[in-house]
Design a protein around this ligand. Structure first.
Ligand SMILES: [Zn+2]
Length: 448
């Protein structure tokens, strides 16, 4: 949203300031951007004309909007691209949230209050996220910009003329709103101390003055924001062997070999690579690398690229995937059992848990024909007796089974203190060749 520069407009802010006043630019909150594969932004422009604009000569509303997009496209070292997709023939009204990115003139839907020059609503998908230069972003799917009615807008010619009188630059306002549409927040908010001339001169400053000619071209602060969101972008891929999913390729039993590679667009300007595999091993260099994870754990992989490109010059950029690799030991299931009385038995799961994600599922077979897939079940047996109970633990490290005989009684075990019940009378674990003697977690039941 962009109000005119006037104290009365201060209440119209819709974006809360983040706690980064010195950095200036910031993403809108929650952070969101256009994903590289969704570019260029195809935008449409309302058929309505803005009455206050004197659209003689070369100017039309559409090419003014196009020129405003161009102001962002022209920023060096940025992948931001947009394309005019024609007029929105049947749809000139307000923030409709359809899948079209549209610029609408004269606020036919009456969405804006007075004092607001224009406003943007950005639609995004909460389900999709991308980590870009160390920050997480949702995926922008489209945005609507609405210009307010009754504002005295001027064309660039009028704004730049010596006779400009109280007009607001249509191009500057459009560029500001498009900035929101591609994910930029305000360089400075009205309730921040905005004394820094770079922030005050930014296209993404929170307000705009009449006849200010310097606001349609992104300045250093705007450029820094755009480059952080659309500039040099280091990325890497997990190499997925045939017949596997990407998730399967980076998850499994130790020793786990994972292969990584760098996509062509990153490699095009890369000069050197440094891979950190997150497990304390020595970093690797090279575009395509493989690493063997020997220990169990979740590992963050970081690629740092040193590069040189025409647009950006020399750069160093990192891409980091948190918890990307999950390497697991084989599961080690075990349990103990407590009689609760009347054939009811509580099973305590004493399996080794290992790293987060390494044991995903459990399956209990109670030995009486019933089974269940919960972590710690309570099961009621119809008859007292001895039952062969098995617990299977399954996860990325494989599958393992633990067997034990459980003596089910009518009377409840004492819960605490000496003689607390454990009716597991014998057992073995099998899986991955592993067979262990039963280790009791509780003392045996006192003989009756
Ligand atoms: Zn704004």
């Amino acid at each position: 949203m962009i109000p005119p520069r006037a104290p009365a407009a201060a209440a119209l802010l819709v974006l809360a300031p983040l706690a980064l006043p010195l950095l200036g630019w910031k993403p809108i909150s929650p952070a969101r951007k256009w994903f590289p594969e969704d570019l260029p932004v195809d935008f449409r422009v309302s058929e309505e004309e803005e009455e206050s604009l004197d659209l003689s000569g070369e100017w039309t509303t559409a090419n003014l909007v196009d020129r405003s997009f161009q102001n962002w496209e022209d920023v060096p070292c940025s992948d931001m691209r947009a394309e005019y997709a024609g007029t929105n023939a049947n749809d000139n009204e307000g923030f409709d949230g359809d899948s079209n990115t549209e610029v609408k003139i004269n606020d036919l839907g009456n969405d804006l209050s007075s004092g607001v020059l224009a406003a943007t609503v950005t639609y995004y998908s909460n389900g999709d996220s991308v980590t870009y230069n160390g920050a997480d972003y949702r995926r922008i799917t489209s945005f609507d910009i609405v210009f307010n009615d009754g504002v005295n807008f001027g064309t660039p010619d009028e704004i730049y003329s010596p006779n400009c009188e109280g007009e607001s630059s249509f191009e500057a306002v459009a560029t500001h709103e498009i900035g929101h549409g591609i994910g930029l927040g305000h360089s400075c908010e009205s309730d921040e101390a905005c004394t820094n001339p770079t922030l005050r001169g930014a296209v993404m400053y929170w307000s705009i003055g009449g006849c200010e000619t310097d606001r349609e071209v992104p300045n250093a602060d705007d450029v820094a924001g755009l480059n952080a969101m659309y500039g040099v972008y280091t990325d890497f891929d997990v190499v997925v062997p045939e017949g596997m999913t990407e998730g399967e390729a980076r998850t499994g039993k130790v020793p786990l070999t994972v292969e990584f590679s760098v996509p062509d667009d990153v490699a095009a300007t890369a000069v050197a690579y440094e891979w950190n595999f997150g497990d304390g091993s020595t970093p690797s260099t090279g575009r395509d690398v493989q690493h063997v994870y020997e220990a169990e754990g979740q590992f963050t992989v970081t690629l740092t690229v040193t590069g040189n490109s025409q647009d950006c010059g020399e750069y160093v950029d990192s891409s980091r995937e948190v918890g990307l690799v999950l390497a697991c030991e084989a599961p080690t299931p075990s349990f103990s059992a407590v009689n609760l009385g009347d054939g009811k038995v509580r099973f305590d799961n004493t399996s080794r848990q290992g790293a987060y994600g390494c044991t995903l599922d459990y399956r209990w077979d109670f030995g009486d024909g019933d089974d269940v897939a919960t972590f710690e079940p309570v099961h009621t047996y119809a008859e007292p007796g001895t039952y062969a109970v098995s617990l299977v633990a399954m996860g990325p490290g494989g599958e393992a089974r633990y067997d034990a005989d459980v003596v089910v009684t009518v009377a409840a075990d004492p819960e605490d203190g000496e003689g607390a019940g454990c009716h597991v009378t014998g057992g073995s674990a099998a899986g991955g060749g592993l067979v262990v003697l039963l280790a009791l977690a509780r003392p045996r039941r006192r003989p009756r």
